[in-house]
Structures are given as structure tokens and as C-alpha cells.
Design a binder for this molecule. Sequence first.
Ligand SMILES: C[S@@+](CC[C@H](N)C(=O)[O-])C[C@H]1O[C@@H](n2cnc3c(N)ncnc32)[C@H](O)[C@@H]1O
Length: 275
Amino acid sequence: MKKYTKEQIKKLSYTDFISLIKEENRPSGGKKTIREIAINSFINENSNVLEIGCTNGFSSLEINKITKCNVIGIDINKYSIENANEKIKLNCLDENKIKFEYGNAEDLSRFEDNTFDLIICGNAISFINDKGKAFNELIRVLKPNGFISVVPIWYKENPNMNIINKVNEELGFKIKCYYEKDWMNFYDKNLELYYKKDYHFIYCTKDQIKEYVNTMIESKEHLKIYNTEEINVIKERWNNTVSVFNDNLSMTNYSIILLRKNMCEEEMEIFLTEE
Ligand SMILES: C[S@@+](CC[C@H](N)C(=O)[O-])C[C@H]1O[C@@H](n2cnc3c(N)ncnc32)[C@H](O)[C@@H]1O
């Protein structure tokens, strides 16, 4: 593993920094979200699952643990892919059923049409440059009547731009502020909105963040090659990132969405129901 200087640590891109500290990079809602996706997409040990933007592998590992499905996670960050592959053995999972590969959602040409029962996209959907191109590819490789899950974060109202500017600084690019209606209008006419549930984030105090950062960074064996001063730089950067994200998330909600690949048009429904 490459060892960085203090100056290099400060300047790493967001995704390279996440790879350095090997943060889980969970989708919003973590395991609860993966459970909800697995249950509502009806996948089992024979199902083929693709994860787009898998980062360090959290969602793919978790869905394989609970269903034993076949899963491939792809990401454009090669360090994340290395981290994710390391975790297969660490979690005692079957290497024949789970793998991580470098790959771009905008070009899935290595996969045949109609290959996957479920495609997990998490919040990676917000990070993909050409969403239209990526979605065409996702639909192509998805089996008829298969599901795409997305877990987008959206602003409840016009956000505070001071916070948005700080998020942009952290990420190293300008985020686009999506609202709930953007996600509802986004989907291709061949995709049916099959399931949607909305959640909000619980705001963390400064002390909670400090304790989390200390415990998390100190628990990472691979960071033991860094001296106290360097560890403090890592902690300071992570504390800053988490604090900015905490403020940003307080202005948002997220949704767990499942879209189904419809093969023929369905008659319109009247007499809808509610719980
Ligand atoms: C916020 S993280 C996703 C975290 C978590 N896996 C989730 O689903 O919410 C976004 C990830 O998407 C990856 N990514 C961005 N554009 C991509 C693309 N075109 N194809 C595949 N991965 C991409 C990034 O490298 C990063 O690891």
C-alpha cells in the first residue's frame, strides 16, 4: 500500500481519501437499505446481481451475505476495487459467487443483454456523469421484469449555498442539487416505479462526530504505518468531511426506489390504496 505524506493526504481527491482510510462508504441507511432492497426485489441464491459504483464493496458484500446471490460490483476507482476484493476473504464469503472489477456504468459492453435480476445503484447514480447513457446500459443488461434499485439523496427545499459550497470543496467537483421530483421524472418509460420509501437522516452532534472519527481511524490496522502527526492530519480531514456532510444531509431526505423493467404496457389503474 502506498504511503502518503501529510501534504499529499490533504490534497487527495475525495474518492482516493475514502480508499486510503478504507471507509465502508455505505449507501444511505446502510444494512437496513440492503435488506429492504433484497426483500422487495425477491432475489435468491440463483439470482445475478450487478452493483454500479460499489466503492469498497459494502452493498455487494451485504447482499451476498443475506441471500447468497451471485454478485459483481464495478467502480471506476481502482483502489476501491482492490479494497473490496480484500473483503471477500475477510468476510469468509464464497469467491465463486462475488467479485469486484474495474468498470464504468456508461459502458457495460462486457455484459450480455438480459443478464441481471437486480442492479444496485445506491447513491452512485448521483455521481455518474452521463446518467442517460448509463441507464440505457443498465436497462439493456437487466433481465425482463428485473429490478434496478437506486437510493438517491434529495433536497427538501432550496439548500443553503454556503453548505453546498463546502460540500463541493470536499468532493472536488460541483454537486447538482436534486429534488424529489427530479428522481420521479428521471426514469425511462420502460421502467415501472415498483417500490418507493422515503427516510430522513438523524443529525449528529460535534461530540458524536469526534468520537466516531477517533474510533474509526484508530481501528484501521492498515493506517498503523502512519505516525501520530500524520494520523492527526487524517483525522482532521475526515472530521471536516463528516461535519460538512452532516450539515448537508440535514437539508435532505433519501428514498429507496425499485424500478422494474416492464416488457409490455399495463392498463392504467384506478382505485389506488394507502396504508
Ligand atoms: C458515493 S459513492 C457510492 C457509495 C455507495 N456505494 C452507494 O451506493 O451509495 C459513488 C461511487 O461511484 C463511483 N462512480 C462514479 N461514476 C461512476 C461510473 N460512471 N461508473 C462506475 N462507478 C462510478 C465512484 O468512484 C464512487 O466510488
